[in-house]
Design a protein around this ligand. Sequence first.
Ligand code: E4P
Length: 212
Amino acid sequence: MELFVDTAIVEEIKKAKELGIVKGVTTNPSLIAKSGRSVKDVINEITTLIDGPISAEVDESDAETMIKQGIEYSKMHKNIVIKLPLTQDGIKACKALTEQNIKTNVTLVFSPAQALLAMEAGATYVSPFLGRMDDAGFDAKKLIRDICEVRDYYGYSTQTIAASIRNVEHMNIAMLAGSDIATVPLKIIEKMYEHPLTTQGLKIFAADSKKK
Ligand code: E4P
């Protein structure tokens, strides 16, 4: 399973890169707004930091404009993936961009039926939102498992990106459900290193090493 970092803050991406285990980046309009910079500005800088898939989300709602924006973003760098919403227009744009060999990430996926539409349109990735499923009381593990089962049964090559990861438990769900990728905020990646028994074990080893 691969880890992507879910942020548009360049300093966080630099820190994530230093950890040596992050293979890609996802952004969305809310994360871009938090960065206080333009999409193009941020995405351009990210391409100099991470050599892997970088999702840039369109901010238009009709297929024609999404396609134009997608083509424009895709020209910025070979690693750009166009993130599109799961709407009728988003799926049309996904199909059109796929036909032009542009990679896509269909986002805001909350059901296997939605995922099927994205896969049928040739999506490179689908992003089921674990945290938002959890907030609304839905079974996020089942969602990812079902999407993977449908994908494998019908032989699509679309990969799942478990998104909206808010805590380490969401990571456990994504891993155990068999997601191909999880996109994770830096602070949660950092938390994944932690365990009280690791901290306790380190203290014991440090104390014992002084007894030599
Ligand atoms: C990433 O692709 C998603 O846009 C992001 O993980 C959403 O996270 P949120 O539900 O915490 O806003």
